[in-house]
Design a protein around this ligand. Structure first.
Ligand code: GUN
Ligand code: FE
Length: 530
């Protein structure tokens, strides 16, 4: 339960690009929000916090000298169904990789038992790594995507969740029949998620045209319209790999560039997340800036798939919002610390190749990209990403002591700047003692059974119970969810936009034979270019 707490201890954050604050602080949290913040710890600040009218009877949590508060990580680009492939399959470039590893795995998410198993793992794993907010691509299946939304909501991880819109060039068994059926399925997911979290505070749907090559012009147009009508964010991929860019040029000869394809269909908004942007031309960067869309820099994936090195400095200098994504399973891990390290090293390699040291991203900038930068790209910069009165308490307690078999060795002469840097380059989930989201303690090595909400506990014990079939687990999950929300949720198969029951259960359309035939010419083109 969120309650009133006064936190006392070292606080580290990057409220703006390049600004690093390391201070002792007294922070008062009322339910989910920071209502008091003093950048010092004295008897007076603690007294002031205790006498704050919203912090009556607050508990006081004092950090150990080896601990500090840090904002929760924000992963702005991650593919939840690809998690089982994280760590292998790096022998081929992007388009071949999609065909060989990614589409076959994602297509299996029509099976909800499998989805439950894998989505449980990715949500608990990312929480252990300190990701308090993730923008997830799921598969193209609305029911499995709804399951991911349920899990994020129950565990309390903030998430954008988008089912992929993809109606062309994909394998017949993993492709939507038409732009109408793709939008209909999106509508189903949006309706379901609107019941789950009407305020979109913890989980929000996001319109997810996978990338230009997997969408017809009709579908791109419909996605732009749908996002505008429902006030939803948008996520997609842009300019990741030379083969992909050539394919886009061939498919959309009337458009000036890859970015222009999205701009033409009204997909570039202040709430659009564009993953990668490795090869953007100046004019494209200018368009992205004008539209106030953001980039999710995914350096681990770009290295693994040998896609290239994005020049983040150039994007930042142009005023474009930039954040970080793990891009699992192009990226081999959902650990955001690894994304930060790889962003550091990529900027250094690029600086050396281009003989321009200004390209190097320094630690305060990297930490900004992983926190406040992410919040800005997700359009939630006023709510999360740093510590400020009025913002939500989404925080990690990092512990650099040697307990818990910590991989970090600290010496007496180490300054806090050194400690921070050692954590970034050597730390892992063993150092994440507590994970707070929206004022609730939900994960971390110090998070004890009695700290976890009864819902998460129920979920954890359900998941661990090997005697129960996965099918029964799905049903139990629904019961837990309904007791949590205290509403009878319409099954996802019956959701439509107005919340009324659909006459026919929603049915996935990938068995359509006619479609297989009509799609085959375009598919050959895709396979040729992979
Ligand atoms: N482009 C289209 N789909 C994908 C995907 O799943 N991963 C990456 N890295 N790029 C993509
Ligand atoms: Fe991706």
């Amino acid at each position: 339960m969120a309650e009133n707490i006064i936190f006392v201890g070292k606080l580290i954050h990057t409220p703006s690009l390049g600004t690093l604050e390391i201070e002792d602080a007294t922070v008062g949290v009322h339910q989910s929000k920071i209502v008091f913040l003093a950048k010092s710890v004295t008897d007076e600040t603690i007294h002031l916090a205790k006498s704050h009218h919203m912090l009556k009877n607050a508990k006081v949590q004092i950090l150990k000298p080896s601990q500090f508060f840090f904002p929760g990580f924000i992963d702005t680009h991650i593919h939840a169904p690809q998690y089982p492939n994280a760590g292998f399959g790096i022998d081929v470039p992007l388009l071949k990789w999609l065909e060989k590893y990614t589409f076959p795995l994602e297509s299996s998410f029509r099976n909800l038992d499998k989805a439950l198993e894998i989505y449980y793992r990715i949500v608990t794993r990312t929480l252990a790594y300190g990701t308090t907010f993730a923008s997830y691509f799921s598969s193209l299946h609305a029911p499995a995507s709804a399951l991911l939304a349920e899990l994020c909501f129950l565990f309390g991880q903030r998430a954008y969740i988008g089912k992929c819109n993809m109606n062309t060039l994909s394998p017949p068994h993993y492709c939507e029949k038409s732009s109408e059926s793709s939008i209909e399925a999106t509508n189903v997911l949006v309706s379901f998620m609107s019941q789950l979290d009407p305020e979109r505070k913890i989980v929000s749907p996001i319109v997810t045209p996978r990338f230009a090559p997997s969408c017809t012009k009709d579908l791109l147009q419909s996605c732009g319209k749908f996002a505008a009508t429902h006030g939803l964010p948008i996520q997609t991929h842009v300019s990741e790999n030379p083969g992909e860019i050539a394919l886009v040029r061939e498919m959309f000869p009337d458009r000036k560039s890859y970015t222009d394809v999205y701009d033409h269909y009204n997909l570039l908004t202040p709430k659009t997340i564009l993953a990668h942007g490795v090869y953007l031309e100046d004019e494209e960067i200018e368009t992205i800036y004008k539209r106030q869309s953001g980039i999710s820099h995914c350096p681990t994936s770009n290295a693994v798939l040998a896609s290239g090195m994005a020049n983040v400095r150039k994007l930042l200098n142009a005023g474009v919002k930039v954040s970080l994504g793990t891009d699992v399973s192009g990226g081999y891990t959902p650990n955001m610390l690894v994304a930060i390290r790889q962003a550091a090293l990529t900027s250094r390699s690029l600086a050396s190749v281009l003989k321009d040291p200004r390209i190097i991203l320094e630690l305060p900038e990297l930490l900004y990209l992983a926190t406040q930068g992410g919040a800005e790209v997700l359009g939630r910069g006023r709510e999360v990403g740093s510590f400020e009165e009025g913002k939500d308490w989404d925080a990690l307690v990092i512990d650099v002591s040697s307990q818990n078999n910590s991989p970090i060795d600290i010496y007496e002469h180490d300054s806090w700047e050194h400690i921070l840097s050692k954590w970034v380059f050597n730390g892992d989930d063993r150092n994440i003692a507590q994970v707070w989201v929206n004022g609730k303690l939900i994960a971390g090595t110090e998070c004890k059974i009695e700290d976890i909400s009864p819902v998460s506990l129920n979920l954890a014990s359900l998941y661990m119970d090997t005697a129960i079939s996965t099918e029964k687990k799905s049903l139990r999950l629904r019961e837990i969810l309904e007791s949590f929300t205290k509403t009878k949720l319409l099954p996802v198969t019956q959701c439509v936009n107005d919340g009324k029951v659909h006459a026919k259960p929603w049915k996935h359309t990938d068995e359509n034979e006619d479609y297989r035939k009509t799609n085959s010419v375009e598919r050959k083109r895709f396979l040729r270019s992979t």
